[in-house]
Design a protein around this ligand. Structure first.
Ligand code: SAM
Length: 271
């Protein structure tokens, strides 16, 4: 009898296990499709699901006290901007790194960065870690739009890799610059108030914490900090607790991509 029950239990658990695999199997198809159609090997780009975009809009509405429809307008302003997509596509196609980037332009969580830059109209944006420069371009595009509305601002990016930032060119150069070298050293030299800070360089917890420590006395009164590491470390959360700032994490849900998504840690002062 016991033998029979044991055999029954094993069969049931195999059935249960097969059921559980249904939650993961489609990922293998996504990996296969990505291997065939994408060229990216790091810093993946993808669209966010419609539900995830709505989650982002509602979250930003709550944090910044701006209507959902206004937040959505800012997002669509970027998503429907064919000129900027064509610009990025052409830049990738003629670059030496074209075999490592996709020409179908997808912004992932950077849509959130753009919307925030449009809402808060920063005078200075600092982004550590620029890689190809997609963030640099869309943040500068937000500054160009802000300036048309009477709010002037500039952008500084930092990167240790001298080849980084090849997308940041043309009209975008008028909005700022990339400072090459170790990010901590570059941050030490900035002597203007930072309104929007984006941490996206060395993704170790220690380095991330060090960046926040370096900029604490350079932040403006209503500064916003975005952590690109906040889905995997608690450094921005701890920093926000220590300095009496609010903190909310937006989690990405990529559309048709195997990558589980990163996030935007948002550290802010209540307005
Ligand atoms: C994830 S990528 C940045 C992605 C970029 N923000 C974007 O929007 O696509 C990380 C970048 O950080 C740079 N990096 C790594 N360690 C660094 C350091 N210590 N100082 C400055 N940049 C660093 C890398 O060279 C790489 O380009």
């Amino acid at each position: 009898m016991i033998k029979f029950l044991k055999k029954f239990l094993i069969i049931r658990r195999i059935k249960d296990g097969l059921f559980a695999t249904r939650y993961f199997n489609y990922k293998y198809f996504q990996i296969l499709r990505w291997m065939i159609y994408s060229k990216e090997d790091t810093n993946y780009t993808y669209d966010l699901t419609k539900k995830n975009l709505d989650e982002l809009y509602k979250l930003l509405e709550t944090i910044f006290n701006v209507n959902y429809s206004k937040v959505k307008d800012y997002s669509e302003e970027l998503l429907n901007n064919i000129k900027i997509k064509d610009y990025l596509k052409n830049k990738i196609e003629v670059s030496d790194f074209k075999n490592f980037a996709d020409t179908e332009i997808k912004y992932s969580r950077r849509i959130g960065w753009y919307i925030i830059a449009r809402i808060i109209k920063p005078k200075l944006i600092v982004e550590t870690g620029v890689d190809k420069g997609m963030g640099s371009v869309i943040l500068s595009e937000a500054l160009i739009k802000n300036e048309k509305e009477g709010f002037k601002g500039k952008y500084y990016g930092t990167d240790i890799n001298p080849d980084a930032g090849y997308l940041f060119d043309d009209i975008f150069l008028k909005k700022g610059k990339i400072i090459y070298g170790d990010s901590i050293e570059s941050l030490k030299k900035i002597d203007e108030p930072i309104d929007l800070f984006i941490n996206d360089s060395d993704h170790s917890s220690k380095y991330e914490a060090n960046e926040y420590k370096t900029i604490i006395n350079k932040l403006s009164k209503n500064s916003v900090i975005l952590g690109d590491n906040s889905h995997s470390t608690d450094e921005l959360l701890k920093f926000s607790i220590e300095y009496g700032r609010n903190f909310i994490l937006f989690r990405e849900r990529p559309k048709n991509h195997w990558y589980p998504g990163a996030g935007i840690g948002i550290s802010f002062i209540k307005r």
